[in-house]
Design a protein around this ligand. Structure first.
Ligand code: NDP
Ligand code: HEM
Length: 499
């Protein structure tokens, strides 16, 4: 068989790929060497904007298999029967670092899954933590700036981080998890994933339930200590990518069990916590975990850019039987992601193979840059029309939501539990083993110790944050004060002073 021939992008066979046409062997180059232009110009355009957050990541294809019947809660077809399999694509990531940053940074990890269902793609765009640092989307950009580089020094700044966290106590729960050894997971295979937000499920009778999604690793939780994670940065920047790829390559397919917590719709009005507050979990004792199925990753993408870099996940992508909730952060994200995708990948990003719905897509969106799917050929480009037979299917209508009616930029300090930033982080600390407690304290002390700048400001920030830790758990506050070499008695908030 003949070897494949090197060609230009338009298919012209190339006879010379390394020497540019020149005037004599030593002379200047000729403008007419189109192959040089094409090579240079394409190279100059190889980079697309990296994700503004979660830029460093790894992805793989796989399957989701239903193991338990949950049709009493949802009519989503992917959960339709035990044994049903759905193709998926998953992407894991760190959050704050750039595309070339280290995989073992102390950071939450992104946990995104695209389920290619017959009712469209469902994207579960979560993290390896069940809560988040802020609970209103207006705060997201400010918070993320503190995780990125300082505008003056262009370096990461622990001072910015603790300043922001200490001024936003709703971050405490997530900060506790981040500072535990789960803030430095051993790659992506050994961590859980959480939808984090409350979503809704709707069953065939039109009944709505509130739901939390949990993906529990079957590989077991395994973390780096802070020191091990730091050491790995200089040994292997791409530890998590290598670990995931190599295990899939040798047939050791990582698996996660999908479980849900389900809350009847009416409970939301009376539950002791605001169930739509992203800084809080639903304790398992109140809403136990229910098994749903197993996700397995079993195929590495052949080309990273094609499938992983161009993947576009959005919490707005839900399917019949799964819906949104009034969670303010979720509402903000519904707008943000498709907007980011149009900027990062272009208006027709849904046609890129990894994002494309494998089932029929009919609509009247037309044209735009890089339209690749035939643009619906000669079909009409307006709705309604008298020519095609495309209909809206009212069976997909969601039941109405019963919501409050008064409009304001609400922050309801009087709502039960809303302003309690301390009980749940304290519960987390109290359930840790002595070893996990020691690691968490050690990580916080080390991290806080990296604050730089005006000593008076640093001491103000540190003391303000210590008060939050004291409020969560006095033992935690004491251990931190000791670790930081401070006089614990003077720092303790008055209302928690030991009698
Ligand atoms: P449970 O004792 O029933 O569950 C404790 C949970 O904590 C387990 O899911 C465990 O995960 C998880 N966990 C253990 N160590 C850490 C850590 N360092 N960082 C994050 N999660 C950890 O308790 P409750 O349901 O009553 O919740 C108590 C506290 O546990 C909460 O305030 C919250 O901080 C934390 N938590 C709760 C979750 C929930 O959905 N209820 C989910 C995750 C954390 P695993 O089973 O994988 O070991
Ligand atoms: C990525 C915005 C909160 C998980 C992104 C991206 C944006 C963004 C713009 C880049 C998207 C892209 O270019 O493809 C926001 C905003 C938030 C928010 C505005 C709050 C208002 C959250 C929360 C979680 C989360 C709470 C987890 C529970 C992720 C993940 C990715 C991501 C996993 C990477 C997706 C991928 O793998 O491609 N976010 N985010 N984000 N976000 Fe958020």
């Amino acid at each position: 068989m003949e070897n494949p021939r090197l060609t230009t992008a338009s298919g012209r066979p190339i006879a010379e790929n390394e020497n540019t046409q020149s005037v004599g062997p030593r002379g200047p180059l000729l403008l007419q060497d189109y192959i040089l232009h094409e090579k240079m110009a394409h190279f100059n355009r190889e980079r697309i904007p990296e994700r503004v957050v979660h830029a460093k990541g790894s992805g793989a294809f796989g399957t989701f298999t239903v193991t338990n019947d949950i049709t009493q809660y949802t009519k989503a077809k992917l959960f339709g029967e035990v044994g049903k399999q759905t193709h998926i694509f998953a992407r894991f990531s760190t959050v704050g670092g750039e595309k070339g940053s280290a995989d073992t940074e102390r950071d939450p990890r992104g946990f995104s899954i695209k389920f290619y269902t017959e009712d469209g793609n469902w994207d579960m765009v979560g993290n390896n933590t069940p809560v988040f640092f802020v609970k209103d989307p207006k705060k997201f950009g400010d918070f993320i700036h503190t995780q990125k580089r300082d505008p003056h020094s262009n370096m990461k700044s622990q001072t910015m981080m603790w300043d922001y966290w200490s001024l936003n106590p709703e971050s405490l729960h997530q900060v506790m998890i981040l500072m535990s050894d789960r803030g430095t997971p051993y790659g992506f295979r050994h961590m859980n994933g959480y939808g984090s937000h409350t979503f809704s499920l709707v069953n065939a009778d039109g009944e709505r339930y509130w739901v939390k999604f949990h993906f529990k690793t079957q590989q077991g939780i395994k973390n780096f200590t802070g020191d091990e994670a730091d050491a790995m940065k200089s040994k292997d920047l791409d530890f998590a990518q290598r670990d995931l790829m190599e295990h899939i390559d040798i047939g050791e397919f990582p698996r996660w069990t999908l479980q849900i917590q389900v809350m009847p719709e009416a409970d939301a009005k009376t539950y002791r916590w605001n169930p739509f507050d992203l800084s809080k979990v639903w304790p398992h004792a109140d809403y136990p975990l229910i098994d749903v199925g197993v996700m397995e990753l079993n195929r590495n993408p052949k080309n990273y850019f094609q499938d992983v870099e161009q993947a576009a996940f959005s919490p707005a992508h839900v399917v019949d039987g799964i819906g949104y909730s009034p969670d303010k952060m979720l509402q903000g994200r519904l707008l943000s992601y498709p907007d980011a995708h149009r900027y990062r990948l272009g208006v027709n990003y849904e046609q890129i193979p990894v994002n494309r719905c494998p089932y029929a897509v009919y609509n009247y969106e037309r044209d735009g840059k890089m339209r690749m799917d035939g643009n619906h050929g000669s079909m009409p480009n307006y709705f309604p029309n008298s020519f095609d037979e495309v209909v809206v299917d009212t069976r997909y209508k969601e039941p109405a939501w019963d919501l409050e009616a008064s409009v304001a930029d609400w922050y309801d300090r009087n709502a039960p539990g809303d302003d309690d930033h301390y009980t749940q982080p304290g519960n987390l600390y109290r359930l840790m083993t002595p070893e996990a407690k020691r690691a968490t304290v050690n990580n916080i002390v080390t991290h806080m110790g990296k604050m730089e700048g005006d000593p008076a400001k640093i001491s103000e920030i540190r003391n303000r944050q210590l008060c939050h830790f004291f409020r969560a758990d006095i033992g935690l506050g004491m251990a931190l004060a000791n670790g930081l070499g401070l006089d614990a008695e003077q720092l303790m908030p008055r209302q928690h002073a030991v009698a």
